[in-house]
Design a protein around this ligand. Structure first.
Ligand code: TRP
Length: 330
């Protein structure tokens, strides 16, 4: 395929520090799978991290840790620039213009803001928090992306992005494509504390992509299984067990054997967990291998960001020139 004809993907995450298996199945795995067939931009949404709380910890450190996880996961920074939102100033420029293209009431109807206000018990919402999806629209449209890989929770933001693109194009002329969401397929991964809660840093129920084999083993050992399987030979119910979900994801070849073993009582939870943690550790082994280089030489990560930021900026300046021209800003 002609390089220039590849469709453009913009993917982004807030810098939350070390990533876990939930980030892998929910996002990163998809990014890696898509990287050869598309032209990708990978954004660290550091300004977005400030929208829900100003107590973000060390944003720079969290960025570096997260980017190392991206690289260890197999993102190729030569093929796809990795960059920080706050280092490409065109994001804030386009964001400002976009704030004029959407109403306050539309943003107040955004379901994810309502959820955040409820879950984080936010009493007074800031102007910037309300504008979260507008900044996200700028992230996406600045690179004139065709596709955005997201989970269900982000669909409303892609919809707002499309509305803003339409509004801009209808007012001044065609500059932006209407990007489509590309949904990640694997359902969310349960956390170590039980089947109904998803893996999340704030719940402290994660297996980190950077955990070593011993840590994975220890974490799984403490996880609950089917409460009705009390003794080793009691029959178990794989479908209520989070370890079985991990087997489904990381040990698909042995899945029917595990199910039969659990249901018949032949396989005890201790052994089942051991096999699971071995598979997870084997899956993480190449990550560990690639990670070593970046941990030994942290300046490599800075170089990758600097290079990615330059390349992102070139694309961003190009779009802003088109925007200014068509708006007759001069
Ligand atoms: N809102 C996204 C999240 O919380 C992060 C994000 C910011 C993003 N800008 C983006 C995702 C642009 C996709 C495209 O996960």
């Amino acid at each position: 395929m002609n390089e220039n004809k590849k469709k453009i993907i913009l993917s982004g995450m807030r810098p939350t520090g070390n990533l876990h298996l939930g980030h892998w199945t929910g996002a990163l795995e998809n990014w890696v799978a898509l990287q050869n067939s598309y032209s990708n931009f990978h954004l660290v949404a550091d300004y977005h991290a400030l929208t829900t709380s100003l107590e973000t910890g060390d944003l720079y450190r969290n960025t570096i840790d997260m980017v190392i996880d991206w690289l260890a996961g197999g993102i190729d920074p030569e093929a796809s620039p990795i960059f920080r939102q706050s280092k490409v100033k065109e994001h804030t420029e386009l964001y400002l213009i976009f704030t004029m293209l959407i109403t306050k009431s539309r943003l107040e109807r955004n379901p994810s803001i309502k959820e955040q206000v409820r879950d984080l018990e936010i009493e007074h919402i800031t102007y910037g928090h309300l504008g979260y999806p507008v900044l996200q629209a700028a992230d996406i449209l600045l690179y004139r992306a065709d596709l955005v890989p997201v989970g269900e929770d982000q669909l409303s933001h892609v919809e707002i992005t499309r509305e803003i693109a339409r509004r801009f194009n209808a007012t001044w002329g065609d500059v932006f494509p209407e990007p489509a969401p590309k949904l990640t397929t694997f359902a969310r991964l349960p956390g170590l504390d039980g089947k109904d809660r998803k893996m999340s840093k704030s719940m402290n129920n994660t297996v980190l992509l950077s955990d070593d084999a011993g840590t994975v083993d220890q974490k799984l050992r403490k996880a609950p299984t089917d409460p009705l399987k009390v003794r080793r030979h009691d029959p178990g119910r794989p479908d209520v067990c989070l370890i079985f979900t991990y087997h489904e994801k990381f040990n698909p070849d042995e899945i029917s054997e595990i199910r039969i073993g659990c249901e018949s009582g032949a396989l005890g939870c201790v052994d089942c967990k051991k096999r699971c943690s071995e598979r997870i550790s084997a899956f993480l082994a190449p990550h560990r291998e690639r990670r070593r280089r970046y941990e030994e030489q942290p300046s490599l990560v800075e170089d990758i960001l600097r290079d990615g930021e330059e390349r992102a900026r070139t694309a961003a300046v190009d779009t802003m020139t088109a925007v200014r021209d068509i708006m007759k800003l001069g």
